[in-house]
Design a protein around this ligand. Structure first.
Ligand code: GLC
Length: 410
């Protein structure tokens, strides 16, 4: 597949999955790409950010529309939802099978997703030079990152917390098994455990501080915080020379330092999430343990350890089609079709996008090139799928999946 064929394939998906119209519940215009017409027919937060980044290469105006639509769903307090149900007629069935928290309003989830949006806005702004787009985005971004700090970091240590695994975007990762009390290792078991948590959250709905204090599921997640720090840095750059820029730069430093001070495990040579108000390290290595590599200012000895011990080791992440979501050394590693029990083995294009850029930035050009080449091969062999078998490149999960078009940005 040459670049042109790849672009055509990506364009076809982004156009087919494009949803446009006026929402009958709030009269707002929407224009966004849904992750998959069959599996995920709504607007998802971090998917939209990835779609916008891919669209920079095909249709920058649509990239702006995608992000504007996403930001138009922000609440006055700054919060931005993880799923927005612009097209309500499709919604009831989806919600009955799903477990997103509703804060009394059925049009959006009351959960968040990894806060990559300031980075996506920065990329679209840099690609288009459109200052009007940037200036219109800034108030929503400032409010959102302040909301994260004020509401989601109750112990004020620079690390934000999620209240259920889907907020981290890595839904059924084995790192959550213990906190969820998973007894049955399957998607069904996962959904049952989540429903339990939601039942307990019911009386606390709408008050995230109380939900976090209840300590039912409270994760200071390494992937989420790496992306948070990346977003804060972008926001500071977008704000230019101003006191607000300093505020977000300081916060990015604080988050990076907290990741190193509290989540880095020198013995394991990996980063671990902290579970509960008591901040117990969850000593399960997953793709998330590598994510601080996206930070250009991660201390060099840590970068070297992560790369030598984990990323490039065939015993762990270096499979024929890297990088698997769980290292092959983990007894729970599940490379094949997981029946909805996702993030337990297959390789994903979005994490390859984060980590190949991160590795390149740290000077690991060959590793980055290989990850890019292999991601490209996955798509060539199996099309734009949700995730891929890390040994065979077999395409798995949803078909015509939006964020796999991120390959255009590799
Ligand atoms: C799955 C993924 C999540 C993604 C969503 C829509 O739930 O785990 O990260 O945002 O699908 O693609």
């Amino acid at each position: 597949m040459d670049r042109k064929a790849l672009e055509e394939g990506a364009r076809r998906i982004l156009l087919t999955n494009l949803r446009q119209g006026v929402a009958d519940w709030n009269g707002q215009e929407y224009s966004f790409v849904c992750p998959s017409l069959t599996g995920y027919p709504f607007q998802w937060f971090w998917d939209s950010c990835f779609h916008a980044i891919a669209l920079i290469h095909l249709d920058p105006d649509q990239a702006k529309a995608e992000l504007r639509t996403l930001m138009s769903a922000a609440l006055p307090n700054g919060f931005m939802p993880h799923i927005i149900f612009w097209e309500m007629e499709k919604q009831p069935d989806f919600l009955s099978r799903n477990i997103v928290g509703q804060a009394g309003d059925p049009h959006y989830s009351s959960t968040m997703q990894p806060p990559i949006i300031a980075y996506a806005v920065e990329r679209v702004y840099r690609a288009t030079g459109d200052e009007g787009f940037r200036d219109a985005a800034l108030p929503a971004l400032v409010n959102f990152y302040r909301w994260l700090r004020e509401i989601r970091d109750p112990d004020d240590d620079g690390l934000i917390a999620v209240i259920q695994p889907e907020e981290a975007g890595t839904d059924c990762s084995p790192k959550y098994d213990e906190a969820l009390g998973l007894t049955e290792l399957s998607n069904k078991g996962f959904i049952t455990a989540l429903k339990e948590i939601y039942r307990a959250y019911e009386p606390l709905r709408g008050d995230d501080r109380k939900i976090l204090a209840a300590d039912l599921f409270h994760f200071e997640d390494v992937l989420v915080n790496s992306i948070y720090a990346m977003g804060l840095r972008s926001l500071a750059r977008l704000l230019g020379d101003s006191p607000e820029a300093e505020e977000f730069d300081r916060e990015a430093d604080r988050t990076r330092d907290a990741l190193v001070a509290k989540c880095w495990d020198e013995e394991a040579g990996a980063f671990f999430d902290l579970s509960g108000v008591a901040e117990e390290p969850v000593k399960t290595v997953t793709i998330s343990s590598l994510m601080p590599l996206v930070l250009p200012d991660l201390p060099r000895p840590i970068v070297e350890r992560l790369v030598a011990d984990w990323v490039s080791s065939p015993d762990h992440f270096w499979t024929p089609y890297p990088l698997p979501s769980v290292p092959v050394s983990d007894p729970k590693f599940m490379p094949g079709n997981p029946g909805g029990f996702i993030w337990r083995g297959p390789s994903w294009i979005n994490t390859n996008w984060f980590l190949s850029h991160g590795l390149r930035g740290h000077g690991y050009t060959d590793l980055a090139d290989t990850i890019v080449g292999k991601s490209y091969e996955c798509i060539e062999k199996s099309g734009f799928r949700e995730y891929y078998h890390p040994y065979t490149a077999e395409g798995l999960g949803a078909r015509d999946f939006g964020w796999s078009t991120l390959v255009l940005d590799l």
